[in-house]
Design a protein around this ligand. Sequence first.
Ligand SMILES: Nc1ncnc2c1ncn2[C@@H]1O[C@H](COP(=O)(O)OP(=O)(O)OP(=O)(O)O)[C@@H](O)[C@H]1O
Length: 597
Amino acid sequence: MALNLKHSPFGYFRYFYDTLGNQLLFNIVLSVFLGLLDGLGLALFIPLLQFVNDGSNAASTNTMGGMSFVIHAFGWVGLPVNLFTVLAFMVLVFVVKGLVNYWLSMEQVDLRQRYMIALRMKQIVDLDNLSYQGFLKLDAGRIQNAVTAEVGKNIQAMIQFLGTLKSILVLIAYIVLAFIANWQFAFFIIAGGALSNFLYKQITESVKATSIEISKRGNLFSGFIIQAIQSFKYLKATNYFLGFSGKLKDVIDEVVRLNRKIGRWQSVTASTREPVIILIVAVVIIVQVNFMGSSLGSILLSLLLFYRALNGLVLVQMSWQGFMQNLGGLQTIADLKVLMHEEREVQPETSFAKFEKSIELRNLTFCYNSKPALSNINMVIPKNHTVAFIGESGSGKSTLANVITTLLKTSDGEFLVDGKNIYDYNLDSFRGHIGYISQEPVIFSDDVYNNVTFWAPRTPENEERFWSVIKKVSLVEFVDNLEDKENTTLGDNGILMSGGQKQRISIARELFKQVDILILDEATSALDSQTERFIQDSIDELQGEYTMIVIAHRLSTIKNADTIYLLDKGQLLASGNYNELLGISERFQKMVSLQHV
Ligand SMILES: Nc1ncnc2c1ncn2[C@@H]1O[C@H](COP(=O)(O)OP(=O)(O)OP(=O)(O)O)[C@@H](O)[C@H]1O
């Protein structure tokens, strides 16, 4: 797909062609053929009118202008030109046209589906490739709007663009035939059409600008609504919701106003088009017949073709305006695509196979927007050791954990796993060895089994593994008491669970994944002390089995860690086990006495 959307008809064509390829060209060929068939069928009306007028059975060709070759063709294949043969040929032409039309419509249905799939798949791939650092820079509302509402607009834009293209090609076919029939008439009509088009250009520009404005408001609206949903409890409890709904209402009012504006312009276009066109035609016929001595027959044929062409022109303008109306969607998705492309994670091919010895950080520095959040960090975490990061809020604990998961890339220094630079490996394959448990448990709207196994097939081995991890996190009784056992739905539309139960489901998922490294980022801090103790016991049992990195504010949680790292303003202040640290760090002693551990 072209990365940048260029605002020109060719730019739009290129944008769609990159997705649809030669099927788009084939569509164009069919459209041209359709126009030619239609023009040919119409040309046969003239000899028919003559038959009716003369009552004769033989048609003269002089009233058809350049289109007389259609009648001559009867002679070339040895057919007499009479009412029967002309009518039969006309029926044949329109039957073929009907078939081509059907073919074209089916092709377009197929194109739409292919476009939608390509668009959706591309967005999924872009999201998958998006780096975490890039995600932090992007606005969640904007992403959500682009992958939901704007996709619909984008598809509409594609349909309207195809419609415009088809109408233009059919229009060209008619115009060529009209020129063949009577070129002077054709010339004047074209000039008149161009003049009227100039008048409507301003309207199209206004619709285009308004459409882009509407999409921007859509992003804003999605951003607000996501925040309102995410912070629903808080907003409700504090009666702040009212303030938020005021903001939403303002955006809605603005969108309504802009949509009205577009509607008004469209009504003006729709209602003035026809009278303007008829006026142009009438003027041209009077001039030609009275002052240029043209034959009315060829003007009539040219007019017939032009009548169709002008109808086509109306269709072109209508579908083009429809395209412009949805252009905002095209632009939003194209812009996001560019941003996502810039923020994508480029990863080497080499897969990380097995974690064997240690994780080592050497003089590691990490900056957010060139402001250091971690400076000169040195540490070695041997396999199956448990380490803890402690320190005041903002000291850099989560940032350090995010660097170890490779979600954030070091700005300076080295990050070695088993003595090798981790960035030489495919980072996704390394992340496959990591289990991450945060303060907010991740629960999907699906049953217990799928939540824990992440939709693993229900084979006897997987079921056995499922129950073994459920046992490890002490959830057997909980699952057994559910109405549908492991098939009970959790999450948004499922049963309500306590924070502790949710957290244990999250831990079970990581254990089922068979990871090597478990990162627990404030995993128990949202829980009451009794539940925390309970989960802490489960975690303690895992000690020695996994390489564990624990971030905690409560020091009781990390008492048994092999090494505790005390961070302060992004620097490593001290390290050692609990008792060692008590002996060497005044800051740690203070923290311990404050928490009465
Ligand atoms: N996305 C971000 N962009 C810019 N600065 C950030 C970002 N995330 C964190 N920081 C800054 O980096 C520093 C370290 O933050 P970090 O979240 O790692 O601290 P922490 O020790 O985990 O804090 P807490 O205990 O409150 O979770 C802080 O000064 C913070 O303001």
